[in-house]
Unconditional design. Sequence first.
Length: 200
Amino acid sequence: MSDKARDLSALAEIVEKCQRCELAAGRTNVVFGEGSPEAQLVFVGEAPGYHEDLQGKPFVGSAGRFLDELLREILGLRREEVYIANVIKCRPPDNRDPSAQEIETCKPYLMKQLGIIGPRVVCTLGNFATKTLTGRREGITRLRRKPIKVDRFYVFPIFHPAAALHRGDLYDEVRQDFASLKEFLESPEPPDETPQMELF
């Protein structure tokens, strides 16, 4: 086991015992995250849903199957080659939006995960993940596909895959988001377009 894998495992044990907010009382499982500890690309979503809570794994429902398809067909990657996590580690009741307090309570766990993995790119899926990692107030529609340098990595905001499942007109947009992500991953590291943000 590598040092990164060992550190992630130790952090997961801490998170699994977390009682820092009211979400702990209603969870079936903590959804810590999974994938390669050596990943250069990390995907960050909002919070676990019903299926994720039952299985204790991120993105295992219909949005997860779509994500796997996008990874395979557009990026040429398997789920095992990236790392997938959420801002919130426990499912909010009825899949409601996480509160600001819940986000701030859980955010340190995510930042520790990213600190251990040390990815080049963190692809944020949707508004909550993007705002949490960048502090930017603009919505995902304005920020998507625009890399933002945050401390030691780039944040690359895109639509959440679930958006395409709820709105068919966004299907092609989500696929184009992944095509843009592929272009960014294959490009030389660009000059900073935004002030560097310190999160650690």
